[in-house]
Design a binder for this molecule. Structure first.
Ligand code: NI
Length: 142
């Protein structure tokens, strides 16, 4: 993500063990300098804070893993998505194996409503795992 305005340099103190782990993390992620890694981590955290604390518009995705054979589950998931059609931009369904389905929903809307839909999808019987990932739709974090 591009920076807006001049960069300010500041120093960070941390213990050797944490720094070693941070450098391993950076190498694994392909970061060539710590500054860029720190900026990305801070942005991630600010996006998370922003959307959880407000009714700001967010974009995001929900990844659902569920049992294919649970009676009525597919219909329940589809019905819930129809009730929130204003939030759901797109869905992708993959038949992972004989017993499991993976569904990815792409969403845009007020943070609180996106969160609520994610929670309700997870609470449906037969949903094994659900992960909500959100990002900002605007320039507040550049
Ligand atoms: Ni399927």
């Amino acid at each position: 993500m591009a920076e807006s305005g001049p960069l300010t340099r500041f120093s960070v103190s941390m213990g050797a063990t944490l720094l070693q782990r941070f450098d391993q993390f950076n190498r694994a992620r392909g970061y060539r300098c710590r500054s860029e890694a720190i900026r990305d981590l801070i942005r991630d955290e600010l996006v998370e804070q922003d959307w959880q604390a407000s009714d700001e518009e967010v974009a995001g995705s929900i990844t659902l893993l569920y049992h294919h054979h649970v009676k009525g589950l597919g219909e329940n998931l589809t019905a819930l998505q129809h009730r929130h059609h204003g939030l759901v931009l797109s869905t992708m369904h993959l038949h992972l194996d004989h017993d499991h389905c993976l569904e990815v929903l792409v969403l845009k809307g007020p943070a609180a409503r996106v969160r609520e839909l994610a929670d309700r999808l997870l609470s449906i019987k037969g949903v094994i795992h659900s992960r909500l990932t959100v990002t900002s739709t605007g320039g507040r974090i550049a």
